[in-house]
Design a protein around this ligand. Sequence first.
Ligand SMILES: NC(=O)c1ccc[n+]([C@@H]2O[C@H](COP(=O)([O-])OP(=O)(O)OC[C@H]3O[C@@H](n4cnc5c(N)ncnc54)[C@H](O)[C@@H]3O)[C@@H](O)[C@H]2O)c1
Length: 436
Amino acid sequence: MKDAAKQLEEKIRNKTARLGIVGMGYVGLPLAVEFGKVGFKVTGFDVDQDRVKSLQSGKSYIPDVRSDEVRHLVDSGLFQATTDIAALKKMDTVTICVPTPLNKVKAPDLSFVISSVENIRDGLHAGQLIILESTTYPGTTDEVVLPKLEETGLKAGKDFFLAFSPERVDPGNKQFGTKNTPKIVGGITSDCTRLAKALYEQAVDTVIPVSGPRAAETVKLLENTFRSVNIALVNEMALMSHQLGIDVWEVIEAAATKPFGFLPFYPGPGIGGHCIPIDPVYLSWKARQSGFESRFIDLAGQINSRMPEYVVERIVEALNEHQKCLNGSKILIVGVAYKKDINDMRESPALDIISLLSRRGAEISYHDPYVPVLKVEELEQHSRELTPEWMERQDCVVIVTNHSDLDYNKVIKSSKLIVDTRNALKGLSGTHIVRL
Ligand SMILES: NC(=O)c1ccc[n+]([C@@H]2O[C@H](COP(=O)([O-])OP(=O)(O)OC[C@H]3O[C@@H](n4cnc5c(N)ncnc54)[C@H](O)[C@@H]3O)[C@@H](O)[C@H]2O)c1
C-alpha cells in the first residue's frame, strides 16, 4: 500500500482530489473558481448563509469573479457552496481563507482561523492536506494550527499534511489575478511543502517553495509592511512638499524616470482594506512578544492613519480661500471604496474623512458607482449621480478614490472647488483644483 503522501499526490495530479475552501470571500472565491476551471471538484464552505445561497444560484458578489463563471462551474458540478461543516471530512485538501482582523486592543484576532481549524480537526483523516492562506503572524501554523490538528492523534507530515501559503490577491487588479501571481508555499515537513506545491501548480502558473510555514507567513508580512512604510514615506513627503510649496506629484513622476533604485509610491487620503493597515500590526505584535520593538511599522502606521485628518485640514484651508467655512458647507465625496475599481469599504479612509467633516457641520453626499449605499455612523445614504445640477450645489468636491471609469471632465466642469487627494485630475487644470 502506498503511503498517504503518494496517494494524495496522485489524486492531485489526476485531479480526482476533492478540494474544500473555507471562507468564500475576496480570497477564497477566486481560488475556488481557478481550481474549478482546471477540472477539480471544489466545495466552498462559509458561515454566511446569504453568500452560500448566492453562490449556489451561480451569483458572485466579488467584482473580480464573474457570475457566469460561477454559474458554469455550479451547472457542471465542479463547484458547490455549503454551510455544512460536516462535509469537511469528505475533502482531500482544505484551504483556509477566513478573516484575520485586529481585536479591540489592536492585537491579532485569530478566532475565525481557530474556529475553522476546530471544524477541520473534527473530521480530520489520514491523507488530508490542510493549507492556511489567511494572513497571520509568523508561528501561527506551527504554534496554533498544528497542535489543534494533532489533538486527533494524527501526525503532521506522516498521516496528514499542513502548510501555509499566503494569499497575494490584489482586488481590482486587471493584470494580475490568482492564476498569474506566483504563489509561495511552506510546509511543516518537506512532504507537506511538496504536496501543497503540487496542488497549487494545477491552477497557478508559478509556485515557489520556501523552508517552512514561518518563512511563508513572514513573506506576506514583509510585502505589506514594505507597502505601508513606503506609502507613509511618500505621505510624509506630500505634507513636507505642501509646506515647502513643491508639487509632490511632479517630483514623484520625475523620480520614477530613474531606471534603477527607485520605486514610485503615491500619497493618498490614508490606507484602507484588510491588508495594509492590519497585517504589519500582526508582525509588530509578534515581534513585541519576544521583546523586539519594530519602529518602522509603528511610525508608518501613525503617519498613514493621520492622513484623513490632513485631508480635512486641506479641505478647510481650500474652503477658507473661497471665503467659506466648513460648518454648513455642502461637500460631495467622489469615490468611497478604499481603493479604485472595487467595492470594498473595509477601513476605507473615506469613512474617517466623512465622519470628521460631518462632526464639524459639513453636509455630506457621495458618488461611488461601486458602493450604492453607504452607512457612516448613524447616517445611511445612497450614491448620487454626478449631474451638473448636484455638482453646482456643492461648495467642494473631494476626490478620495480614483475609480478608472469616472468621468473626471464632468467633475471638473461643474464644480466650484475640487480637492483631489489622488491626482485623479492629472493633466486637467483649473484654479479651483487643489491637489494633496
Ligand atoms: N482581501 C484581500 O485583498 C486580501 C489579500 C491578501 C490576503 N488577504 C487575507 O485573506 C484572508 C481572507 O480575507 P478576505 O478578504 O477573503 O475576507 P472576506 O471577509 O472577504 O471573506 C472571508 C469569508 O470567511 C467567512 N468565514 C468567517 N469565519 C468562517 C468560518 N469559521 N468558517 C467558514 N467561513 C468563515 C466569512 O463569512 C467570509 O465570507 C484574510 O486573512 C486576509 O488578510 C486578503
